[in-house]
Design a protein around this ligand. Structure first.
Ligand code: SAM
Length: 221
């Protein structure tokens, strides 16, 4: 694979720093992780354009700015245990794994999960676990989580994910209709109180599952 580190540095300057991403840990993680290793063969040259790219199964690898924004707003710290819903290519999990202690990631499409695991192994990223299943139910056995990052949009915040967020933890999740959503930051203040901040309008693929949309994408499950 060609050395794309200079293009990567340019992407960080142009699409991240100038658009307000300032957390040094996030910038460093985005500099370390080779996005070209997470796109389909033949698409490497597009890896540093600030746009989502197809990864098959009707799914996408998220735009770099969105990955950085979600990691920054989740306020990740070195000791954190993170839950990601929607592994996709594995790129966002890889970025978060360079900051946090461990990332648990759930993907509903088995072939995507398998490809992501292979990429992590090849890159030597050994603090990421991927499970195939419905992420709207969370991963209670390994929670609670310091941060939860949801990379697909549902009609509401899944109850199970709120329950598995640790006190003081942050969840970043797009919520709304299928064609447009608001990116929310949910902070757990205590056992029963959650603060909500609106981070702006976004457009994600649908979160499909028990506490998301139904497969046919017409009404909440
Ligand atoms: N974070 C990914 C990356 O960096 O490549 C991009 C994720 S893509 C925008 C959203 C992913 O969420 C898709 O791979 C989709 O299959 C997955 N997904 C949708 N609903 C899900 C659910 N209930 N549980 C787990 N994964 C889900």
């Amino acid at each position: 694979m060609p050395d794309l580190s200079r293009v990567r540095d340019r992407m960080i300057d142009l699409h991240l720093a100038r658009r307000g991403i300032s957390n040094p840990d996030v910038i460093e993680a985005m500099r370390i992780v080779p996005r070209e290793a997470f796109v389909d063969p033949g698409y490497e040259e597009f890896a540093y354009e600030d746009s989502p790219l197809s990864i098959g199964h009707g799914q996408t690898i998220s735009q770099p700015y969105i990955v950085a924004l979600m990691a920054e707003k989740a306020e990740l710290e070195p000791g954190d245990i993170v839950l990601e819903i929607g592994t996709g290519s594995g790129y966002a999990a890889a970025v978060m794994s360079r900051i946090a202690a461990h990332v648990y990631s759930i993907e509903r499409h088995a072939p995507l999960a398998k490809a992501a695991r292979k990429r992590f192994a090849e890159l030597g990223y050994d603090n990421i676990d991927v499970r195939v299943g419905d992420g709207t139910n969370g991963w209670a056995e390994v929670g609670p989580f310091d941060a939860i990052v949801v990379a697909a949009a549902g009609p509401e915040v899944p109850r199970a994910l709120k329950e598995q967020l640790d006190l003081g933890g942050h969840m970043i999740i797009p919520v709304g209709q299928q064609d447009e959503q608001r990116l929310l930051k949910i902070t757990r203040v205590n056992a029963t109180t959650f603060e909500e901040q609106d981070l702006g309008g976004v457009r994600f693929v649908p979160l499909i599952g028990d506490q998301g949309w139904r497969e046919e994408r017409t009404e909440p499950a």
